[in-house]
Ligand binder design. Sequence first.
Ligand code: GSH
Length: 297
Amino acid sequence: MYEKDSLSLGGGLEVSKTPILCSTFTLSAPSWIPAIINRLPFALRRSGHFPTTTKLSPVPIPSSSNTKMYVFGYGSLLWYTDFPFVETIPGTVRGYNRRFWQLSPDHRGTADKPGRTVTLVPAEGGETWGVAYKVPDEHVESTFAYLNFRERAGYRCEQVEFHPDDGSAPFNLHVYISLEDINNPYNAGPSDMDDIVSTILSSRGRSGTNLEYALRLADCQRRMAPHFEDDHLFELERRLIDSCAKLHIQDNILRILGHDLPHLKSGEKQVNQSELPPAMVLPMHRLEVASGMARRG
Ligand SMILES: N[C@@H](CCC(=O)N[C@@H](CS)C(=O)NCC(=O)O)C(=O)O
């Protein structure tokens, strides 16, 4: 059971937690938080949309005294793993598929033009490959607070059963997923691949371009789990690369990951992704919902 009243995240940021849930915390930080909020996209500030109190699912807080903490990474946690871990176990979560059905108003998009990141979607017979990260006991609480903050746009903390690739006994671990419900405007629900492709090609956020996110994920999946075929991910990757070739998009990630497209060699001028045809932009109704501007109900 989590006892402390608040938790220091470093940099003067204190996170006060309710005593039971990993998921409800309020930033009680000193005066520099407004400075951060002022750098947020206008739509977020205007709608007062900055999520300083995030309601996640009621999952018992692991603390160094009561449980081991493993976190399942299946998206950016596969390559952007900036929390302490002492062990990694490759494996799968059954009953879920990985889909780019999550709107990202912060990391790979903005409130006015959210990008697309992945979540797990319940599916009969579904399976998603990823990595279980074992967090050192002494870092469990701060890692939880960090992931709650990083995954605050619509993700919630759940526990699911994890099946190691080596066939050893399955065990429960923590995972951040976004579930489709009326209180979660960031879950786009079942989405058309054309919509996903056009959003990814034309979005960027504080963590970089949405194209980088999607191509890095496909690259990680292929390199780390050659035995596991993710049709949705690799179909999306194929469509994105084809579009980059047709539109002469020159995102640096194409070179970094070795996508050897002709226009990258000819040194043609950089295509500004915001010049893409209007049809390549998410329908307004989704933007209003995601940025909290749509009237509720
Ligand atoms: N929770 C999933 C998805 C995580 C994910 O992609 N979260 C986004 C939030 S929109 C993120 O942290 N992005 C960081 C980035 O895009 O570099 C995972 O285990 O990897």
